[in-house]
Design a protein around this ligand. Structure first.
Ligand SMILES: *Cc1c(COP(=O)(O)O)cnc(C)c1O
Length: 497
């Protein structure tokens, strides 16, 4: 059963937690108990494919879904045509001690696909089980990656519609093209004249609008969210930590039971938290290394126990990590304090009111026994992409480069030579401008996104991901743009209210 991080009195089944998204006390759903796995479970994963591994893990958390239902969801999510290649989450070994877990082989070339392809079938199943028959309206505010991944995940899913708001002029050209050419009978994309925070604030206001909620209910609509506070988005991410471990055993880099570290480029703390769940389940994880860019609020917190969002916000070349409030940290605090929902509520209230909180020493020590944190600025990120390419012939995107730089730093500081998996969250093609700049100095002659892709393909010898290549011939479908105060009006118009 699941409870809210802010009060343990009410219990929810997993399908209920997924259908609701957020608890009504403002907390996040967390599992009350976590089932431990043993060595024979780990060994059994070696010969399984990704879908089988996924069912084995998901079963431990989604106990009100049958194994057949889970297999159905998983097979639909990780279809070969969506994730071409031998595995949806392949591991590339740089040397016997460093391995890259590539999570960007899905439809939108960023790791959000790993969860956003599985969330729609899990949610469909949950609604069915909960006998909810309103049409679900997924509202998304995106800084770039989530919007496209949600559009791909929810396109043409019966009983659901998706409306994405992106900052007009505030996303990369590839991200913009990916969204405005989106096909599907149930998708809407709207540019907002403003920045990501404006879009996000607008979406939150729409969610909390009581009047609108009543009108929606009359029309048999219900809002839902696709962002990473939903348990249905977090739980699919636990799988690839186990899968990476199984792959390393399979390739004889490690023996069953041997510890490995993970380095994770972190924003909202969803990805790395999934690694922590894997560890709580008994996956032999040594350290979880949390990598941030110049927005290093998490580095400071993990080092000092003081979370403080009152600071400058930087726009960086790893934009998916440009974030000052990492929502999923709340779940970590819950588990670290052994479910002290009162303490968690207090800290979250302080965060909402003062923009900061400070945890106790004991909790900090517990966190630091697992987590290590570091950060890396843009200049170093570019340098790192160049160095990694020069030394290993591997091309990584800026988010992955941030993780790599922090990993180098960690090894230097700690002398820890535990085999390590570096979690790679985006294809270098998706952030081609920074990557090209790193590989061959300043670029002056590139004047279209497609030229840049070609250039990168030549430089790396890697093929351009097919969905990106196809963007060139797609027609623009979504041209709507609105002012930030017009977002609610836009939603009403789309839904015909
Ligand atoms: C979303 C995203 C991240 C951050 O992941 P969190 O789960 O929010 O910590 C990192 N890299 C890329 C490319 C992303 O899209």
């Amino acid at each position: 059963m699941y409870v809210s991080t802010r009060s343990r009195s009410k219990k929810f089944a997993s399908a209920q937690a997924i259908a609701l998204g957020l608890a009504n006390d403002g907390g996040l759903f967390v599992p009350e108990e976590i089932e431990l796995v043993d060595k024979s479970f780990l060994s059994s994963l070696i010969s399984s494919n990704y879908s089988q591994r996924a069912v084995a893990i998901l079963q431990k958390f989604l106990t009100d879904y049958s194994p057949e239902e889970l297999l159905g969801c998983v097979q639909q999510a990780y279809r070969q045509d969506k994730f071409p290649g031998e595995s949806p989450a392949p591991v590339v070994s740089i040397n016997s001690n460093l391995h890259i877990l590539e999570l960007w082989h899905g439809p939108t070339q960023a790791f959000k696909d790993m969860a956003l392809q599985l969330l729609p079938p899990l949610l469909s199943q949950a609604l069915h089980q909960q006998k909810i028959n309103e049409e679900i309206i997924i509202l998304v505010a995106t800084s770039g990656d989530t919007g496209k991944a949600a559009l791909e995940g929810f396109r043409d899913v019966p009983g659901m519609r998706v409306i994405v708001f992106y900052p007009y002029g505030g996303v990369s050209e590839i991200q913009r093209l990916q969204m405005i050419t989106q096909e599907g009978c149930n998708v809407h994309v709207v540019g907002v004249r403003g920045n990501f925070d404006d879009a996000q604030t607008g979406v939150k206001q729409i969610f909390n609008d009581q009047e609108l909620a009543e009108v929606l209910a009359e029309h048999k609509f219900r809002f839902s969210s696709a962002n990473s506070i939903n348990w249905g988005r977090l739980v699919p991410q636990i799988v690839y930590y186990f899968s990476a471990y199984a792959d390393l055993m399979k390739k004889n880099f490690i023996n069953v039971g041997e510890k490995i570290n993970f380095v994770v480029p972190t924003g909202n703390f969803g990805n790395i938290l999934a690694g922590y769940y894997a560890k709580m389940m008994g996956l032999p994880v040594g350290k979880l290394i949390c990598a941030s860019n110049a927005n290093n609020v998490l580095t400071d917190f993990l080092q000092s126990g003081h979370y403080n969002r009152n600071r400058n916000f930087y726009k960086t070349i790893s934009p998916s990590m440009d974030i000052l409030v990492s929502s999923n940290l709340e779940r970590l605090l819950y588990h670290i304090t052994d479910g002290d929902s009162q303490a968690v509520s207090g800290w979250m209230e302080s965060l909402a009111k003062q923009g900061e909180y400070r945890i106790d020493t004991k909790s900090l020590q517990k966190i630091q026994s697992v987590f290590w944190a570091g950060h890396c600025n843009d200049e170093k990120t570019i340098q790192q992409i160049a160095e990694v390419y020069r030394d290993n012939g591997y091309v990584c995107d800026p988010h992955t480069a941030v993780a790599w730089a922090v990993y180098d730093n960690y090894r230097c500081c700690s002398g820890d030579s535990t085999p390590t998996v570096l979690v790679s969250t985006a294809s270098p093609f998706k952030f081609n401008e920074s990557v090209l700049k790193a590989l061959n100095g300043m670029i002056t002659s590139i004047n279209s996104e497609f030229e840049a892709l070609q250039e990168l393909a030549i430089e790396t010898g890697w093929p351009i991901p097919t969905p990106m290549l196809e963007l060139q011939n797609k027609s623009v479908i979504h041209t709507a743009v609105c002012d930030k105060l017009q977002m609610k009006h836009k939603v009403e118009a789309i839904l015909g209210l």
